[in-house]
Design a protein around this ligand. Structure first.
Ligand SMILES: Nc1ncnc2c1ncn2[C@@H]1O[C@H](COP(=O)(O)OP(=O)(O)OP(=O)(O)O)[C@@H](O)[C@H]1O
Length: 262
């Protein structure tokens, strides 16, 4: 299958020539339609990887491409969701979801001409994530889990080919988190969007991903790549199977080794 994302031998340093080398010789390919997860010790450069793919950082060495185009500026075919939803409190949930369309030049004109169509699309997304009828509420009227759901809608409103998720469920209780795993699982299954998920939660990675990349300690590079063998769509029950927990334990071992090697 074709790669949608390629990172080839990339170095990224913060703060000038003597600054922090965050990733070094980072190489990773994600296929179109694939669900990839990236795990690794704290501070190993996972968020840096996300910023390199989305074009928020440009590396000093090496090449990043998305959809066969070299990344030299923020990439428009990508949707992003981070740990903190950062919704604007003075806008309704629906208007927060429409925000990326107002910001990105390419969509601005279309939104003005076809607002009703985009509102309908936002409402459909809200329904998909279990928030039907909540579009008129303000973010502060929603629970943390509901805000994360709305955050996902915002990342998906421009129908991105690539969805980048950086610890999007980190701050949630475990029941809400598992519910949202199922929302993401279904979105991936129905929309065939390519997803890259950065997470500290190894069960989350094994439940959701087709392939898991393990990073070394800083400067980060990929030290292990693991294909998850379970058929899709997966049920939460799978987390009680021995094969599932064996993979989680092996990944935990790899990360512990990477931390020791630092
Ligand atoms: N703007 C910056 N200026 C200087 N150093 C930075 C900057 N951003 C990140 N770093 C450093 O680069 C390294 C990688 O950071 P990054 O945020 O990518 O790691 P991470 O794996 O996402 O961390 P965590 O697991 O704690 O979320 C860290 O050591 C961090 O301190």
């Amino acid at each position: 299958m074709k790669n949608l994302v390629t990172i080839d031998n990339v170095d990224m340093r913060y703060g000038g020539a003597d600054g922090t080398l965050a990733v070094e010789g980072l190489t990773l390919h994600v296929e179109k339609g694939e669900f990839a997860a990236v795990v690794g010790p704290s501070g190993c450069g996972k968020s840096t990887l996300m910023k390199l793919v989305t074009g928020l950082h440009i590396p000093q060495k090496g090449v990043v491409t998305v959809a066969e185009e070299r990344v030299t500026k923020p990439v428009s075919i990508v949707g992003m969701a981070f740990q903190n939803p950062t919704m604007l409190p003075w806008r309704t949930t629906l208007d927060n979801i429409l925000l990326p369309l107002e910001v990105v030049e390419k969509h601005r004109g279309r939104l003005r001409m076809n607002r009703a169509e985009y509102v309908a699309k936002a409402e459909k997304l809200l329904e998909t994530v279990g928030l039907k009828g909540f579009g008129s509420k303000f973010p502060w009227q929603l629970s943390g889990g509901m805000q994360q759901r709305a955050n996902l809608c915002r990342a998906l409103i421009h129908e991105p080919d690539l969805l980048m998720l950086d610890e999007p469920f980190g701050a949630l209780d475990s029941f809400t988190r598992e519910e949202l795993w199922c929302v993401i699982r279904d979105l991936h299954f129905e929309r065939k969007v390519t997803i890259v998920l950065v997470t500290h939660d190894l069960r989350e990675a094994v439940f959701l991903a087709d392939r898991i990349f393990v990073m070394s300690s800083r400067p980060g590079r990929i030290i292990e790549e693991r294909t998850v063998p379970f058929a899709r769509p997966r049920d939460l029950e799978i987390m009680y199977q021995k094969e599932f927990n064996d993979i989680v334990h092996e990944l935990r071992g790899s990360i512990a080794d990477a931390r020791k090697a630092a």
